[in-house]
Ligand binder design. Sequence first.
Ligand code: NDP
Ligand SMILES: O=C(O)C1=N[C@H](C(=O)O)C[C@H](O)C1
Length: 267
Amino acid sequence: MIRIAVVGATGRMGRTLIQAITESKGCQLTVATDRPDSSLVGADVGELAGLGKMNIVLSASLDNCLDQFDVVVDFTRPEHTLHNVALCQQSNRAIVIGTTGFSDEQKQQLQEAAKTTSIVFAPNMSVGVNLCFKLLELAAKVMGDDVDIEVIEAHHRHKVDAPSGTALRMGEVVAEALGRDLKTCAVYGREGITGERDRKTIGFETIRAGDIVGDHTVMFAAEGERVEITHKASSRMTFAQGAVRAAKWLAKKEPGLYDMQDVLGLR
Ligand SMILES: NC(=O)C1=CN([C@@H]2O[C@H](COP(=O)(O)OP(=O)(O)OC[C@H]3O[C@@H](n4cnc5c(N)ncnc54)[C@H](OP(=O)(O)O)[C@@H]3O)[C@@H](O)[C@H]2O)C=CC1
Ligand SMILES: O=C(O)C1=N[C@H](C(=O)O)C[C@H](O)C1
């Protein structure tokens, strides 16, 4: 039985993860944490997630619970995730990271940590989005440099990072397939007299509105036709179930930096 800790347990993903773990065979929730100053610390986690009493109380941090879990699932903010990665490194625990919005330097820290720690790091844990990554690679290779490529994403009004981690990964997949460097060919939003479009660029558009769970479209537009690859999430449970699958998979793995393509056998 894999023992799982959930950090950020009162967040949108945290609450959904608690439900997903409870409904999944072969694993059990043993630890759930929130901010030390949260008024909810000490409350029953099952009651917080609307699932009835579970007899697991919300802890103030992971630091004092290191012997109580095998894998931590982290959907929080980059700074907090890096703190938890350091704890996992010290205590030989594995970590599944769904958090997005990392800087290049922070991503480098994850790569360094993965030399001694088992990490799954993926901006989107849904099966559908990970299938889309493969379809995007194919579309980019077939349509090549004869199309304009735009990545459009929409999320709820509470999201703090943009473009989404998934949109950026989609851009990277397409750029890699075409031998381009996303760092130099990405264009983020447009305004004013922009001049004509440069076909070598990859454009990103971001929508933040209402309660949209997560929509992504990549458009390959030529003269006379266009292909659009779209994924729409209608429930956070799809991400949570992917994260639980990743946690069970990771528990048996050697140290390394993995993603959902590894977990799903799509690599
Ligand atoms: N990979 C994937 O499949 C998915 C990734 N995500 C990503 O997951 C992350 C979380 O999303 P979401 O659940 O919507 O966000 P929420 O803001 O709802 O939840 C984040 C949780 O983390 C807690 N938290 C944040 N910073 C700290 C800290 N320094 N110390 C302790 N706790 C902290 C928050 O507490 P408080 O509320 O008090 O700040 C909150 O409980 C985002 O980066 C998002 O992009 C989301 C969905 C799917
Ligand atoms: O913040 C969210 O909600 C989501 N974030 C992830 C991202 O940034 O790609 C994944 C998902 O689309 C939901």
